[in-house]
Design a protein around this ligand. Structure first.
Ligand SMILES: C[S@@+](CC[C@H](N)C(=O)[O-])C[C@H]1O[C@@H](n2cnc3c(N)ncnc32)[C@H](O)[C@@H]1O
Length: 387
């Protein structure tokens, strides 16, 4: 991990925003993203005397406080020998661990959008809706301390949670959360500032209704770039019509398709293995049939006769039926049920393969980009009729 060497390693030092500055060591109550598995990262704030309980074991917060970010921590449970990694927050990791309130923008889209909108330190950005504030974190890290993000959300509880989260993450001096319907009322910021934004990101069901409201809040002196994030083509079409009507230029739609390739080992199987596999299927089918017969027979038996123990200790009719059935021995089959072969395990033949990851963590949407040039004094009407 990239660590700022000038960082204050004192755990009790002022925390700032962990999304903007790297710290070397984990402060008490500081945000840590505990990496359990590839699909399970848990945000925690270590407190003296507390513990994180997982299926990999328990992890004492005391052992986390003052240890270095990136530490691999072993479980303190005597029965579970698991471990976790204690990671420093980043917008990318946050998008994998945040409590989802909505669909979110994932890193492949977020990074592309930030680049296409030319967002950089000091940029002034409008975002609607806030949703789970996944993209808001990516924006905040990019615009940094001198930038501004005005984010709008009309769902009150969602707005409240996002605002609290932004405050807890020390981002509230950069991110201004407002509660409101941008389609109905436009972009009225709660902080009463002149927005003068040069980038706009709309992740709303009907961005075409919000677009006409933008002209009063975007910069007139700078080029302004917009991205609308829509899952359906019909939404894209309506957005494009609104953008054209409002004088936006260079309208273009993009779909980001990001696939991670992984190097894996695949077991080499022989024809004999396939035969053995078929035998295994047959054996399990026979076993299933046998169990079904047992159930039918025991239902048919007179309950008393079936359950009454025989005086001489002999089997009941139901037991006899089971015992009389031919027993099919299970053949050794490394791919059969119950036998788990770990990838690359000794004793088997393996070949190196590359595969696309099975589940793609990205919300596939269409990204519609456009820009509005700055107004030229005296030529406003000619350049962009609607501004
Ligand atoms: C898909 S979510 C946004 C997710 C967000 N980009 C993220 O990465 O977490 C869309 C959000 O827009 C909000 N929304 C929809 N229409 C709105 C409107 N007219 N004004 C403000 N917010 C709106 C919804 O309540 C929802 O929370």
């Amino acid at each position: 991990m990239d660590v700022d060497k000038s960082d204050n390693t004192d755990a009790s030092a002022d925390m700032g925003s962990p999304f903007m500055e790297f710290k070397t060591s984990i402060p008490e109550n500081g945000l840590v993203l505990a990496w359990l598995t590839r699909d399970n990262t848990k945000p925690i704030r270590p407190q003296t005397g507390s513990a994180l309980h997982t299926r990999f074991g328990s992890f004492q917060h005391n052992s986390m406080i003052s240890s270095k970010y990136g530490t691999q921590l072993a479980s303190s449970s005597s029965t579970q020998a698991g471990f976790i990694h204690l990671l420093h927050p980043t917008p990318e990791l946050w998008s994998m661990s945040l409590p989802h309130r909505t669909q979110i923008v994932y890193t492949p889209d977020a990074s592309y959008i930030v680049q296409r909108l030319r967002i950089r330190p000091g940029s002034r950005v409008i975002e609607a809706g806030t949703g789970s504030a996944s993209f808001t974190h990516a924006l905040a890290r990019t615009v940094a301390k001198n930038g501004r993000i005005w984010t709008f959300e009309f769902h009150e509880p969602r707005y409240g949670i996002a605002k609290k989260e932004i405050e807890e993450h020390g981002l509230d001096s950069v991110v201004k959360c407002s509660h409101g319907d941008v389609c109905k009322d436009g972009f009225i910021s709660a902080c009463d500032e002149n927005l003068d934004a040069s980038a706009v990101f709309l992740d709303l069901p009907s961005p075409w209704i919000a677009i006409p409201h933008l002209k009063t809040v975007i910069s007139k002196k700078k080029i302004v770039r917009i991205c609308c994030f829509s899952p359906c083509m019909e939404q894209v079409q309506r957005t494009i019509e609104a953008l054209q009507k409002e004088g936006w230029l260079d309208i273009e739609m993009v779909e980001v398709s990001c696939k991670r390739w992984e190097a894996r080992k695949e077991m080499i199987r022989k024809p004999e293995d396939a035969i053995e596999r078929l035998r295994d299927i047959k054996r399990r089918r026979n076993e299933g049939l046998r169990k079904r017969n047992e159930r039918i027979i025991s239902q048919e038996q007179n309950e008393e006769t079936a359950s009454e123990p025989q005086e001489n200790g002999a089997a009941t009719p139901a037991e006899k039926f089971i015992l009389d059935k031919p027993f099919l021995p299970s053949e050794y089959n490394p791919w059969g049920r119950g036998k788990r072969v770990h990838e690359g395990e000794d004793g088997y033949e393996w070949k190196d393969v590359s595969k696309v990851e099975a589940e793609l963590k990205s919300h596939t949407s269409y990204l519609t980009f456009a820009y509005l040039p700055p107004l030229v004094p005296g030529k406003e009407e000619m350049l962009v009729p609607s501004r």
